[in-house]
Design a protein around this ligand. Structure first.
Ligand SMILES: Cc1cc2nc3c(=O)[nH]c(=O)nc-3n(C[C@H](O)[C@H](O)[C@H](O)COP(=O)(O)OP(=O)(O)OC[C@H]3O[C@@H](n4cnc5c(N)ncnc54)[C@H](O)[C@@H]3O)c2cc1C
Length: 413
């Protein structure tokens, strides 16, 4: 049996090479007819697979260099966000945001436009100011924001080569506190969505859609900003005990709550870095809908709640600020992300996704590249105005189609 992704729902068909130096990586890539980079394996679909060989970045040198004058950190592509966060915090610096889990690799996360939440926070790829890419012929290309190809190369789906270094914008370290409120009425969500999501630096709403109210509003407030609410938040009550977003899970895996301020590195992710999550018994899907269609999207999902709720562990509603990265799910528009953590029932999930996609894709929702989606009607390529430019960029970087796979074929051919 082949090796599997973190969630265990996908078995890699290709063997995995594990270089421990950039020289070794280069030799492997140059010698391969077909190869894909593999990060921390947190993708839920075939995006990283379908190649003659997978090359893991996990054993490459985990360098993290902080340039205080330039306000950047340059990190190895295989380094995990949790490691970057720890080093930055120790030297008084911060990233603008993190995803829910700090265990994901930097290059793997930006390749799929991974994001956290916050009306004014772009996704993790938006903080990238430079890239070093190893191409199939062994040549290394360095790109910065001033290069015309840059906006196409950050969210790359691994199509251009192996990203060996990423430079990220940093800012002075800051403190954050987390407060949770339970039972947020649906009327408040649909009637005051903008007020709710702008009430804190990062806001997440958790629901199973079939309940009378949204079960949790999870606020991450930056020190020095005005407090959103005290005991009550748009009709939801402040929790006085910590809570996991999935009631049956151990709350000790979550970062500290109850309004205790602490460093950004220990609050912006929902889950603690020091707990190594075991292989998850879950599958994820996510659709990022233009902000102007968000209420329609929420109402549409509520309309099919009886269909999806039996397979659902929990859903999370987040916001992401727009960017100009060609394949970003927030390209050109602020978005509201509707995320679904399913039970690990692949066939069951795939059976209900058509109904979910019929509800969301017509609203312009872009599926998260790294999660399970179907797009049976083939509308997803049409949601990316810069796709033709990306196609040209792929031809230019990888004329031998060494990094091409079935997933990319569905998008580009
Ligand atoms: C528990 C869990 C929580 C998650 N939380 C969030 C969340 O909060 N927000 C969110 O948006 N997503 C989230 N995700 C999804 C996850 O962030 C993405 O799937 C991300 O792409 C995973 O990164 P990875 O390094 O594991 O990538 P992999 O699965 O290893 O690879 C993903 C893609 O990146 C490419 N790639 C990897 N490394 C490189 C490299 N060095 N150079 C070029 N290409 C490369 C691969 O070829 C592949 O195409 C979560 C996933 C899990 C399992």
């Amino acid at each position: 049996m082949g090796e599997r992704n973190w969630a265990g729902n996908f078995e890699y068909g290709a063997p995995i090479a594990r270089p421990s130096s950039i020289g070794e990586l280069r030799d492997i890539v140059v010698g391969a007819e077909s190869v894909r980079a593999l990060g921390s394996r947190h993708t839920f679909n075939d995006l990283a697979d379908d190649a003659g060989l997978l090359v893991s970045t996990a054993g490459l040198p985990a360098e993290i260099r902080v340039d205080e004058d330039a306000r950047t950190a340059t990190v190895g592509g295989g380094v995990r966000y949790g490691d970057v966060a720890r080093v930055l915090q120790e030297s008084g610096w911060a990233l603008h945001n993190l995803a829910s889990l700090p265990h994901i690799s930097v290059a793997g996360a930006i390749a799929t436009a991974t994001h956290g939440s916050g009306d004014r926070n772009g996704n993790l790829a938006k903080a990238v100011s430079g890239l070093r890419i190893l191409k199939a012929d062994g040549e290394t290309v360095e790109l910065t924001r001033t290069d015309p190809e840059f906006a196409g190369a950050v969210v790359s789906l691994g199509a251009l080569g192996v990203v060996t270094e990423v430079t990220l914008d940093i800012e002075p370290s800051f403190e954050v506190r987390q407060r949770l409120f339970e039972k947020l009425p649906w009327d408040a969500v649909t009637g005051h969505l903008d007020d709710i999501t702008s009430a804190a630096y990062s806001v997440s709403l958790f629901t199973t859609w079939d309940e009378d109210s949204v079960s949790l509003a999870w606020l991450k407030e930056r020190a020095g900003s005005e407090a959103a609410a005290q005991d009550e938040f748009f009709g939801a009550r402040a929790l006085i005990e910590p809570r996991h977003m999935i009631p049956t899970m151990d709350v000790r895996n979550t970062t500290e709550q109850l309004g205790v301020y602490g460093p950004w590195s220990e609050r912006l992710a929902h889950f603690r870095f020091e707990f190594t999550p075991s292989n998850g018994e879950e599958i994820q899907s996510e659709y990022l809908v233009p902000r102007t269609r968000a209420v329609e999207a929420i109402e549409a999902v509520r309309g099919i709640a009886p269909l999806i709720a039996p397979l659902l562990q929990v859903s999370e509603i987040r916001t992401v600020a727009s960017d100009d990265l060609w394949l970003s799910s927030a390209y050109g528009t602020d978005v509201v992300a509707l995320h679904f953590t399913w039970f690990r029932d692949q066939a069951g999930v795939e059976a209900i996704l058509p109904a979910l996609e019929d509800a969301l894709l017509p609203l312009g929702a872009r599926p998260h590249w790294g999660k399970v989606f179907l797009d049976r009607a083939g509308v997803v390529p049409g949601l990316y105005p810069k796709l033709a430019d990306f196609r040209e960029l792929v031809e230019e970087f990888d004329p031998t189609a060494t990094f091409r796979n079935a997933f990319l074929g569905r998008l580009l051919d």
